[in-house]
Design a protein around this ligand. Structure first.
Ligand code: PEP
Length: 254
């Protein structure tokens, strides 16, 4: 695929898989995807399975991500997980501001921004999620909503930090619903996001930042989505906990 940016396909396992189920899944993924270098493949298990998945993937090219982390580095934050603890498990990526957390844990752009800065300082690669609801899309507010999320979530970053950050455009109405944005709808928003980065930072930064699409990505739609000029990978939910589907999505993206 003729893109300057390396594609990144990440699986968000959400709150699924015990440690032994996770080991099973990752064992299957490794056979087909464990040595790929053409694109980056990342799996994001729940916290409880990170240590085991990390151990199983330590000798290949697949990488491990977490689904969330605290904005604080340590201390009296019961139930939270710090960036340093993730680093300790050789976790490389962390998903921040997933729409389920924005919706159900009331996570705000300011909180996502604080977590993002903590992650960058710790040397983790953040995957920052943004996207509009169906009501917002129908009210023609997609660009203003996404623009507001970008402004709040990415506040205070310098160009180098922006280039370390992966963005995931995930229309909320397409997550876990079986509804996928058409390649044209997704490309339109991705181009808007890249334009926003160029205006806020510079053209080089905009050319380098990877922007994933997320929302009911499956083997049958991956190829067409990934062939769009501004789509640089996928954040995959439901289809990432089935080995066959995730492998096919990665294969169809090559
Ligand atoms: C997600 O949770 O990030 C996601 C895109 O989910 P799904 O692929 O199931 O729509």
């Amino acid at each position: 695929m003729d893109k300057q940016r390396k594609l990144i396909i990440a699986g968000n396992w959400k709150m699924n898989k015990t440690v032994s189920d996770a080991a099973d899944l990752v064992g299957q993924l490794k056979i087909d995807l464990g040595k790929l270098t053409e694109l980056d493949v990342v799996v994001c298990p729940p916290f409880t399975a990170l240590a085991e998945v990390s151990r199983l993937l330590r000798d290949g090219t697949m990488r491990v991500g977490a689904q969330n982390m605290s904005e604080h580095s340590y201390g009296a934050h019961t139930g939270e997980i710090a960036a340093g603890m993730l680093k300790d498990l050789l976790v490389r990526y962390v998903i921040l501001g997933h729409s389920e957390r924005r919706q159900f844990q009331q996570e705000t752009d300011a909180q996502v921004n604080a977590k993002l800065k903590t992650a960058l300082v710790a040397g983790l690669k953040p995957i920052v999620c943004i996207g509009e609801t169906l009501a917002q899309r129908e009210a023609n507010q997609t660009e203003s909503v996404v623009g507001t999320q970008l402004t709040g979530s990415l506040a205070g970053l310098d160009a180098a930090q922006m280039q370390e950050t992966v963005l995931a455009y995930e229309p909320v109405w397409a997550i876990g619903t079986g509804l996928t944005a058409t390649p044209e709808q997704a490309q339109h928003v991705h181009a808007f996001i890249r334009g926003w980065i160029a205006a806020k930072f510079d053209d080089t930064t905009a050319r380098r930042v990877r922007i994933q699409y997320g929302g009911s990505v499956k083997p049958s739609n991956a190829r067409e989505l990934m062939s769009q000029p501004d789509i640089d990978g996928a954040l995959v939910g439901g289809a990432s906990i089935d080995a066959h589907s995730f492998i096919e999505i990665v294969r169809n993206s090559l």
